[in-house]
Design a protein around this ligand. Structure first.
Ligand SMILES: O=P(O)(O)OC[C@H]1O[C@H](O)[C@H](O)[C@@H](O)[C@@H]1O
Length: 507
């Protein structure tokens, strides 16, 4: 069913709300500082500086109800085949909890528990030897989540191994990662759901050759994670006991909770990995069981829809005011843009409103000295999520106070602006932000934060009526690249005249 008429009601709300500047909405209704805030376990979020009012919010919640948000959340947890274009269930929630009693969800959960038991055994065995470093080879969903988690959590829960990541097909990436590592004390994990990804196969071969005798023999140190057990065995000689499973009911960008998270467990230990899952499960329970009006994922999702469709903002930024979360924006780019970068509904008809904005961001305070000028005074308004962490885990109290002062200052300045007679020194304000605060950066709060974004993305897809779980858009480039490989080797010519001219330069 089309949601267009309801979205047009939203546009009418937006036309009314924008008559009032953001800072005036807050001044006129100061109680929204408390009323537009929610807490779920270790996460507090405040939406009071979004450019909507109570009536607009009410219309947004109606929109979500009418799109069937409650029923569709249940369908996700129950393992219904909501990835319609590929006929698959989407059960990342079953990797971290057992909130659904359907046979499908229970079977998935049991498989996840069994895989974790195998991860623990493999890690214990590796820890008994003299391996110090592990190289994780994967790309996209088989890289970004583990890379972020390892970078974010290694300080809080240092494990037994240093973990390095190799994703790019550019050989310089392999060269850089391997420099300084010793094949006698290194293991490698090849992670690929399909085990057909060009980058991972090429880099995997580099690792296998570099490990040499330490790769695949008995007691070898080459591991794999894949939904396709035959391929790593056939292509790399990895024995089944060193291949951890993946399943078609877990999307790549939702897979860090599965054995794809093996590098995370290697870096922070299996107990901390399971704590991360528990944090996500806490968010899952909140999202599944809480009415939309008090549901953090619903607030986050509807705010995104409002900014995109109501106010027409074409990009969305996330600023992590914590150095440990500096890779969050990279991870969210795949989660959000691969999931929501669609222009047809699940039934194939065109979506008549804009879907995903461009997601981007970085870590404060560095970003204040690079692109914040444009956010304060540029002609495009960029709504932003600001992520802060209340407790510091460093001894540098002055730095932490300064970090917090900047976090507060930026969001206040974005919202309120500052008038001036000099147009060059005037700040218009009206830049909407959401503040998300973690009590501390722990495996639990980190897991809860990522689960929040996952559910927000799903709820946005529900409102837009699109499939958040396929990614056919990335296929065309891969097909053309494989057609062009022979041309690069000088064995064929390209059809396209511009490509031909460029090939002449590259050859
Ligand atoms: O895990 P793999 O099968 O190697 O896939 C890795 C990545 O490849 C593709 O480009 C997809 O767009 C991603 O969603 C996926 O995460």
């Amino acid at each position: 069913m089309s949601h267009e008429p309801r979205l047009s009601q939203l546009l009418a709300q937006a036309g009314r709300v924008v008559q009032t500047p953001l800072h005036k909405l807050v001044v006129d209704d100061p109680a929204r500082a408390q009323d537009f805030a929610l807490r779920v376990g270790p996460i507090y979020a405040n939406f009071a500086r979004q450019h909507y009012d109570r009536d607009a919010l009410a219309a947004l919640f109606v929109l979500a109800e009418q799109a069937g948000a409650r029923h569709k959340l249940q369908a996700l947890f129950d393992g219904e085949k909501i990835n319609l274009t590929e006929g698959r269930a989407v059960l990342h929630t079953a990797l971290r909890g057992d909130l659904s009693s359907t046979a499908t969800a229970r079977a998935a959960h049991a498989q996840a528990v069994e895989a974790r038991a195998r991860m623990r055994v493999l890690i214990d065995a590796l820890a008994a030897g003299d391996v110090t470093d592990v190289v994780s080879v994967g790309i996209g969903g088989s890289d970004l989540g583990p890379r972020l988690a390892v970078d974010a959590l290694t300080g809080a829960a240092p494990g037994r191994f240093r973990v390095h990541f190799l994703s790019n097909v550019d050989g310089h990436a392999a060269q850089r990662v391997l420099a300084g590592l010793d094949p006698r004390h290194t293991a490698a994990v090849l992670i690929s759901k399909t085990f057909g990804t060009q980058e991972t196969l090429l880099n995997g071969a580099i690792l296998r050759d570099w490990l040499g005798e330490h790769a695949s023999a008995d007691g070898g140190r080459l591991y794999a994670v894949s939904a396709n057990v035959e391929r790593p065995a056939a292509a790399f000689g990895i024995p089944p006991e060193r291949i951890l499973p993946m399943w078609d009911w877990v999307g790549g960008r939702y897979s860090l909770w599965s054995a794809v998270g093996f590098p995370i467990a290697l870096a922070i230990g299996m107990d901390a990995f399971e704590a991360m899952l528990a944090g996500a499960a806490q968010m899952d329970a909140h999202v599944l069981h809480t009415p939309l009006e008090q549901n953090l994922a619903a607030w986050h999702a509807l705010t995104a829809v409002w900014n995109r469709n109501g106010l027409g903002y074409a990009t969305q930024a996330v600023h992590a005011y914590d150095e440990r979360l500096k890779l969050l924006s990279n991870y969210l780019q795949q989660l959000v843009m691969e999931s929501l970068g669609k222009s047809v509904r699940t039934d194939g008809s065109a979506v008549e409103v804009d879907t995903v904005p461009v997601w981007w961001g970085g870590a404060g305070t560095d970003t204040q000295h690079s692109f914040f000028q444009a956010l304060h005074q540029g002609t495009s308004i960029v709504p932003s999520d600001f992520i802060g962490v209340v407790r510091s885990d460093t001894p540098y109290a002055d730095n932490h106070r300064a970090l917090h002062a900047n976090l507060l200052a930026q969001t206040e300045a974005f919202a309120n602006g500052q008038a001036s007679d000099d147009p060059h020194r005037a700040y218009a304000g009206g830049r909407p932000t959401t503040m998300i605060l973690l009590d501390a950066l722990t495996p639990e709060s980190f897991g809860a934060l990522l689960a929040l974004y996952e559910h927000s993305v799903y709820l946005q897809s529900v409102v837009w009526g699109i499939n958040a779980f396929d990614q056919f858009g990335v296929e065309l480039g891969k097909q053309v690249a494989s057609r062009l490989l022979p041309a690069l080797a000088g064995e064929a010519q390209a059809d396209d005249p511009v490509t031909r001219a460029l090939l002449d330069q590259l050859r």
